[in-house]
Design a protein around this ligand. Sequence first.
Ligand SMILES: *Cc1c(COP(=O)(O)O)cnc(C)c1O
Length: 384
Amino acid sequence: MVDLKGQYASIKDQIQNSLDEIMETSAFINGPEVQKFQKELEEYLDVKHVIPCANGTDALQIAMMGLGLQPGDEVITADFTFAATVEVIAVLQLTPVLVDVYPNTFNINTDAIRNAITPKTKAIVPVHLFGQCANMEEILEIASEHNLYVIEDNAQAIGANYSFKNGSKKKAGTIGHVGATSFFPSKNLGAFGDGGAIFTNDDDLAHTLRGVVNHGMYERYYHDVVGVNSRLDSMQAAVLRAKLPNLNTYNKARQEAARKYNKVFQDCKHVEIPQVETNQSCNKDLGICSTCDCHVFHQYSLKITNGKRDALAKHLAELQIPHGIYYPIPLHNQKAYKDSRYNEADFPVTNELVKEVISLPMHTELTNDQIEFITTTVIDFLNN
Ligand SMILES: *Cc1c(COP(=O)(O)O)cnc(C)c1O
């Protein structure tokens, strides 16, 4: 699904030099590399504060702790996402409220958000799934009408831009009150291990978050708030510093691969290609915008509409073509998150998507030959 080795070859010297230096100086935790990475990411994202932490799941949890959410508060999020999003809500004894998504973008449905709001609702967690932002303009409107926090799960869309109706743009993860991302190796900006970060433009919240990640300490051995231990280590920061200047190029390579896939699949009758939400500045070519980075293709996910998704997955496995099913079970049907408040009729789209989606290899090193082999295999299978 990903080719991390190929990407490494191009930045190997830089990474090895930094790692050598870290070992020489032994500044393994919170060393200069972490601080430099933080500043560089703040600049890249055009956000006031980046708070590095240990992984994307922690980033979400720490964001919720920093906002002071309390047990019993309801948090609305998407039924169709990785479990980490809902897990942290439950861990903090907040009440997850799962809602359906849109069939075209796979992102949280804003009408469903409105319908789920109660007097206990305190926050919305949009997930920018597969590399494309949720409908943030409307989510911000809902949040301001109902006085809710917006916590962006940006684990899959780092570097993506979101365009507002007035033409202004913001980077994914910097639009709501707080954003959380992951540097898991296979994400668009991946470390050589675990890593994560929280973003915010709010000075007070940033101060709180910096304490929460560090045992609630603002002054050594004075614990003012309940915190956690969640750190990005210097070696991961060094890897991320080497990759960050290439992130836009990496994302362009993903878009290019998506365009090549689309070219083949757009006319295939049993397949629906991923839809990129259009805005006025989009310049689409084969369904992919090449001008505004509105989709950074963490995953390239097709919908197989003739009921043969599982058979296709089996066929690809036999030919050793990597593929993924993100996600096979709606969160509202997972044992850990079942709740009598949920009604199957409220999740028509997620219930359909879990049967139709399949993700094909997507990374920065895909060759034309690989894409041709993959697409030919899929088309031949579906047409037979
Ligand atoms: C990867 C991911 C996370 C969690 O990130 P980790 O760094 O693995 O903890 C959270 N949400 C989504 C949508 C993800 O894809």
